[in-house]
Design a protein around this ligand. Sequence first.
Ligand SMILES: CC(C)(COP(=O)(O)OP(=O)(O)OC[C@H]1O[C@@H](n2cnc3c(N)ncnc32)[C@H](O)[C@@H]1OP(=O)(O)O)[C@@H](O)C(=O)NCCC(=O)NCCS
Length: 352
Amino acid sequence: MSVHVPSAGLAEREFELREYLPSEASDDFKQLLLKELPRFYDEVDESFPDSILSNAGSGRDPFGYFTTGKQIFASYIDGQCAGFTVVTMKRGGSAKIGPTAVFPEFRRRGVATRLRDAVEAKLFQEYGVRKIYMTVSTLNGPALMFNLKRGFQTEGVLREQYREGGDEIVLGALNPRHTARSRYAADALTPSFTAGGSDQAALWHDPSLDELEAFLAPRMEPYFDGIERGFYESIIAACQESRQRYDQKGKRLVVSRADGELTAAAVYVPKRGGSVKLSPCIADSEAAARTLIDTCVSLARSEGRRKIYVHLPDAMLEFASLLGSMGFAVEAQMREAYKPGMNMLVLGQVLA
Ligand SMILES: CC(C)(COP(=O)(O)OP(=O)(O)OC[C@H]1O[C@@H](n2cnc3c(N)ncnc32)[C@H](O)[C@@H]1OP(=O)(O)O)[C@@H](O)C(=O)NCCC(=O)NCCS
């Protein structure tokens, strides 16, 4: 598929946006990413561009849970490929954009600007996404300057996210056609912990789809859009032993129980570069939350993970405050990440 975009800053040269298919120029794409990204990120090997290419080729991400699909867009100048951007579609109406990369001989000539103008317009106007966001290394001056100039706003700084000593800035832009809801829309939904006490947490080795969905669905529904049975199926599938690799997006389930009943659950996701993400992370009581988090932190330490971080609706004030008392700090507030009006906190702890 290709879309012609009228030329502006590139003067009389012909600019063309193509939805990039894996069979074309995939070696160029791989080489560019493998040259640029390891400057800022650890554990980026061939499996990283390979999995983007195969997901973009199939139109869906077979290993994603919040991710529903990936696309690659390329800019061609007078028929020559000049750069790429990856787009990752998320449940709840957001899209993650990046990496965006331009071949060195084409830089500072407006190529990335033209590419992202066209792709962002497509996402906002044609696909109707509510929000575009990304993370950029604080060490990557050109990418930061480029995206700030485009009007993206800083939503936080993720400490040592993908590498020891390397922080990531979260940048976001809401669709100008959508009216942002007041963040106080969350007020009516602010849940309080119930009483609890006898909770015990452990890895859930043989998770039941029905039990997981029955616990998480009503508790996620106020804060996340677009979550249906396929979301829970993808979590259970990712817990298989054979999936415990980055390119297969392996995950684990850690749960708390009291008298046999689920009282808390976290999806534990190892990330390239040594962090672990907990998302979703839901608990009914302080006791259930505390034992859940303690168990996840112990697991992360036993696996030699450098950092653990949690995605938590900012309406969950008691849970956020508990995490604060357990050594986590707020690193970002992602505006309206998974549902209009619902912001998501990122709380992180760098493990010694
Ligand atoms: C970031 C990148 C995509 C920019 O591509 P580009 O085609 O050179 O960008 P443009 O020419 O459209 O630049 C637009 C504006 O961004 C800013 N910018 C771009 N490169 C910059 C740099 N090296 N230093 C400072 N500002 C820069 C400038 O404001 C520029 O406008 P100007 O040239 O009128 O001053 C490119 O540098 C690149 O491919 N970097 C390596 C890959 C990478 O790290 N990607 C991000 C990974 S998350």
